[in-house]
Design a protein around this ligand. Structure first.
Ligand SMILES: [Zn+2]
Ligand SMILES: [Zn+2]
Length: 112
């Protein structure tokens, strides 16, 4: 008799974005497939832009116009943000989840 293989189905992918929305006037909210919720101030998102051009070379504080998004779009790979300066930031879901600033995630990250 053939034995049935039990598949251990994984839960929802924690790096999959379910929905994005604005939080007040200065932040982006992300709801994740695993029902986690994150809030990212625009300045924070701009500062952490993962592109080669920005990595580690952004002035502090950022010039005006740099921290104001003109467009926020959900794309297949994550989120795309267009800034007033013309710069464009792309956050893959996994990257965005990595920098979640909620107490839970920060604590989790400090543990390891
Ligand atoms: Zn950049
Ligand atoms: Zn979190």
């Amino acid at each position: 008799m053939a034995e049935k293989i039990k598949l251990h189905l994984l839960g929802a992918n924690p790096n999959e974005i379910k929905e994005i929305h604005l939080v007040g006037r200065y932040a982006l909210g992300v709801n994740w497939a695993d029902d986690h919720g994150s809030i990212y101030p625009f300045v924070f998102l701009r500062k952490h832009c993962p592109c080669d051009q920005c990595a580690g070379s952004l002035p502090d504080p950022l010039p005006e116009g740099e921290t104001w998004p003109t467009e926020i779009k959900r794309i297949e790979a994550g989120v795309r943000i267009g800034w007033q300066s013309g710069h464009e930031t792309r956050y893959p879901g996994v990257r965005l989840r990595e920098i979640c600033q909620c107490a839970l995630c920060v604590e989790e990250r400090n543990k390891s």
